[in-house]
Design a protein around this ligand. Structure first.
Ligand code: 13P
Length: 250
């Protein structure tokens, strides 16, 4: 069984004032039965980590460079995130793939950097609407997984997030059958590549318009071990019921 994880991706939202939401979340969940992770913008990683220090909530980054250091203006390495107090990093989010032209090969290199630094890599995959309409979803996901994930992925160092691009920030959610189909497919690929034990234990998150009112239904799907939540992770009052819905599954 994979561990359960409720992860929030704040994207490019939040200044220091947003740390109040983190404090409120920590107060509401002093002893959660699932893992909780918040990935704020890089400028807040260190203060966010200090805000939740000694509690169960963990802090992650939203991207890292493939190199440990060097002449890469504006970039941040996995080691720097770790040093700032992060335990995880989101990699290959569709917004990075789109805005920064990141390929699955790039994501593979970044994932290796995260693993080398001791961070958990949350590797995102997902099809566009046109790819789904052309019935290419599983081919696309299969290719993204094969290329983005390096050898040596384990349940301790890797999480996979399935985020259909057309469901991100749109309020459109796939049917439970569609989520079920993709998550079963990803689970089978994880087992085939990383072995029965690790393959079964790598957490698989669903992401894309997860809200208070649809979380329990999404979590009822067999191979969904949690969620990667954008908009609804920004306010503790929105994210907290999603965490509780996942605790209902754990
Ligand atoms: P929304 O929850 O805002 O749709 O965003 C999902 C996402 O991209 C999380 O990484």
């Amino acid at each position: 069984m994979a561990r359960k994880l409720a992860a929030g991706n704040w994207k490019m939202n939040g200044t220091r004032a947003a740390l109040e939401e983190l404090s409120a979340l920590a107060q509401a969940h002093p002893d959660p039965s699932v893992d909780i992770l918040i990935c704020p913008p890089a400028t807040l990683v260190q203060t966010a980590a200090a805000t939740v220090a000694n509690g169960p909530i963990q802090i992650g980054g939203q991207d890292c460079h493939a190199q440990a250091s060097g002449a890469h203006t504006g970039d941040i390495s996995a080691e720097m995130l770790l040093d700032a107090g992060a335990t995880s990093v989101i990699l290959g989010h569709s917004e990075r793939r789109e805005d920064h032209g990141e390929s699955s090969d790039d994501v593979n290199a970044k994932t290796r950097a995260a693993h080398a630094a001791g961070l958990v890599a949350i590797v995102c995959v997902g099809e566009s609407l046109s790819q789904r309409e052309a019935a290419n979803t599983l081919d696309i996901i299969g290719e993204q997984l094969a290329t983005s994930l390096p050898d040596g992925c384990t349940a301790a160092n890797t999480v996979v997030a399935y985020e259909p691009i057309w469901a991100i920030g749109t309020g459109k959610v796939p049917t439970t059958e569609q989520i079920d189909e993709v998550h079963d497919f990803i689970r089978a690929r994880m087992i085939r590549r990383f072995g029965e034990n690790e393959g079964r234990a790598i957490p698989l998150l669903y992401g894309g318009s997860v809200k208070t009112d649809n979380a329990a239904e999404i979590f009822a799907t067999d191979n969904v071990d949690g969620a990667l939540v954008g908009g609804a992770s920004l306010k503790a009052t929105d994210f907290s019921p999603i965490i509780k819905a996942l605790e209902g599954k754990a």
